[in-house]
Design a protein around this ligand. Sequence first.
Ligand SMILES: Nc1nc2c(ncn2[C@@H]2O[C@@H]3COP(=O)(O)O[C@H]4[C@@H](O)[C@H](n5cnc6c(=O)[nH]c(N)nc65)O[C@@H]4COP(=O)(O)O[C@H]3[C@H]2O)c(=O)[nH]1
Length: 876
Amino acid sequence: MTALSRRRSLALARAQRHLRAQQRVQTLIARDQPLEETLRVICRIVETQVPGGMASIMLCDEPQLTLDRIFSLKLPQAYQDAVKGVAIGPRNGACGRAAHTRDLVVCREIASDPAWRGYHEIAERHGLRACWSFPVIGSDNQLLGTFAIYYPRPSEPARSDRRRVLEAAELVSLAVERERNRQALQESEQRYRSLFTYHPDAVFSLDLEGVFTSANTACSQLTGLAHETLIGTHYSMLVPVEERERISSLYREGSKGKAFRYELSIRDHEGRGVHLDVTNLPIVVNDRVTGFYGIAKDMTEKHRRDTELRLLQRSVEASINGIVIADAGQDDLPVVYVNEAFERITGYQREEVIGHNCRFLQGGETDGEAVKQMERAMAEQRDVAVTLCNYRKDGTPFWNNLYLAPVRDGDNSVTHYVGILHDISERKAYEAKLSFHASHDALTGLANRNLFEDHLQHDVMLARRHGRHLAVLFVDLDDFKPINDSLGHEVGDRVLILVAQRLAEQLDPGDTLARFGSDEYVILLPELKREEDAIRLVEHLLGCIRRPFRVGEHELYIGASVGIAFLQQELENPVELIQQADMAMYRAKQKGRNAWECFTNDINDEVRARMALRNDLQEAIEAENFELHYQPLIDARNDSVVGFEALVRWKHPVKGYLSPGLFIPLAEDTGQIGPISEWVLRQACRDMCLLAAQGFGHYRVSVNLSPLQFRRPNFLVNLQQALLETGLSPEWLELELTEGILMADTAAAVDTLHRLRDMGVEVSIDDFGTGFSSLSYLKQLPIGKIKIDRSFVRDIATSRHDGAIVQGIISMAHHLGLAVVAEGIEETEQRDFLAAHGCDVFQGFLFARPMPLDKLQAYLRKPKAVAQVSSLPIDR
Ligand SMILES: Nc1nc2c(ncn2[C@@H]2O[C@@H]3COP(=O)(O)O[C@H]4[C@@H](O)[C@H](n5cnc6c(=O)[nH]c(N)nc65)O[C@@H]4COP(=O)(O)O[C@H]3[C@H]2O)c(=O)[nH]1
């Protein structure tokens, strides 16, 4: 081999080594080996190529002010330490200057180079005599550091050295840039990872199938699933079944590359409801959606607060009470909110009110004290409830039960006042009405008993103090009941109102007129000069009431009975005056229509006796202390017994047998007639059944019917019940009615008569001739008999007038197909007269007196002869 070819092959071998060395460095760089190792390898390569040279690499800091890192294999550590951190500048050694000028700096002789000032001595000490430094520049022309070769003797680089240093610098640039990129990537990765890891919301990623591919800690905490469990789980496992379709369709849409957002309520691992606001972003790699990032924000608390707020807002809006909110932060507390109820109650629209102080609701009748109370509470920043009169927009007042409360912020300062208006006008009106009704009669508006008694107490006290006369008048209408019964309650009510008006017109302002119920009026005259003035007034009042009343098409005539009681010294309780006037009225009633009576002590006695009798009667009813006596009814043609009239007797424990004439009217007044009649009816039926059972044969029994009993709604049912219970066939029962009963409520009475006839019960008219009914009227009634009243029979033989009447009655009755009974026959003349004029049945002491059942049985056993009739002592 020639020297040339040897040189060539050496050069080739060198070039190949150089190439391999470079490839090795590039491999290190490509494999992201640690920078320091790569730089050391570069140093080593260069040092092998530049014999005697000591390579060093310095890297600059970020602001490019110093070269703060140094890598070298051969440079002594002490030297490295000394130059590390050298400032980049024109006079700072070879490296500082190369970095500054961004060009190759060759320092042939360090010791004589002024740029090395400060480093001469240390360079000298370590035998460093020359240095060439080349800047390391990045791809973006940014300074990265320097690459330098030190020599132990003064020297300058040959062209080949320069090229090598340049190449080395490029390799360093490549390695440093790669390292920096890797670091930047790592940092960025960490930054993003931090965003993911430390995000307080649940952050996760899903693949396109919807399977979790990553999830942060918050996600695990929210779902209660460990990270390992979560990864690989399908998101739908966390979505309630009913929501899955909705959410799936969102993901389907999202897979087209759009971000989407939805709200979702799920249960957390402890079963608590969690409300999430989920944002999903597509993961786009190379223009392809590969999955989704998701951020699930726990909105439970906010959702709860929103719901609560919405609820409160709605409640306030929908409240039936008016609600007004005023701003406490502004002067004069302007209104900032009113609800619909406020608008409805006050009549003001929201826009008319906002910005104004609420005092526009106040007016003339507004209680100043209530307003002050409100102002005091506001000054003391506390709540308050007041009732005050406010005014609507149209000027009408209303009663407002206002509750006012301060609203405080987090610092406890009052920011607003909220007022709740409760319109209690209706309640107030109702209370007023109640209090009116508590003291007044609803129909006439007159005072009632309570108010009257109050006035009476007060006026009696004054009359006594000033020695004045005082009277109480008790006015009871005569004949009012028939009006009510026959024309109806509406007409009756109208009459009562008209009477009240007429009475009121005649009284002085200081007098009190009251209605105590039904047709009773009571008048208090507290300032009489003389007692006669009361009597004069009463007569005047009676005259007023006598005048006809016109109600609709009716012209009605009524009268009144008045009792008068004057205040006496000995009177203990003023209320007794009312009772005294009542008693006197009762006495006046007994006198007939349109009468008055003053109270005297004997009236008191009479009333007391009546009261005692009433109590005794009640005891008798409870003990059934009654007996039935029977008076035979005689067939006028053959003197045979055709039936009996049942007549009740009260066996009084002290007074002995009492006649019905003494207690029946009282029982009718008090309503006690009801139970007495029931007893009579049943006893009569039972006795007739007993007689038949004992072989006396069947007799018809006549039972007297009281008006009250006849008018009771269940009268017919009771009657039927009595017949059923006792077993008496209806044909053996006859009911005796007075004309009065039939006159009161004609239509209803006639209807009842028809029903009685249908039942097979006979009806006769008792005391005929004393009432007002005409025979032609009787024609329409389904009755079989009339009984001529005893008063006509008594004088029948002596008075031509009575004889003619009786004669007329008999003949007319016969024409109408009615049988005639004559009662009270005591004398044979009477009997003969009646027999001569065709009377059908006789009843009277001449034949037999009323007798108890055992006597009746004896009577029936005896052969009949008028003279032999058994009798009882007269009991009246
Ligand atoms: N002077 C005289 N009197 C005679 C003669 N014959 C009968 N009397 C009496 O005349 C009354 C006839 O009964 P009345 O007119 O229905 O009058 C009855 C009747 O209206 C009523 N009454 C009696 N019992 C009852 C009853 O159970 N219920 C009802 N609601 N009223 C009854 O009491 C009234 C009086 O009954 P009494 O005192 O029993 O009086 C009986 C009877 O004792 C006579 O020849 N001369």
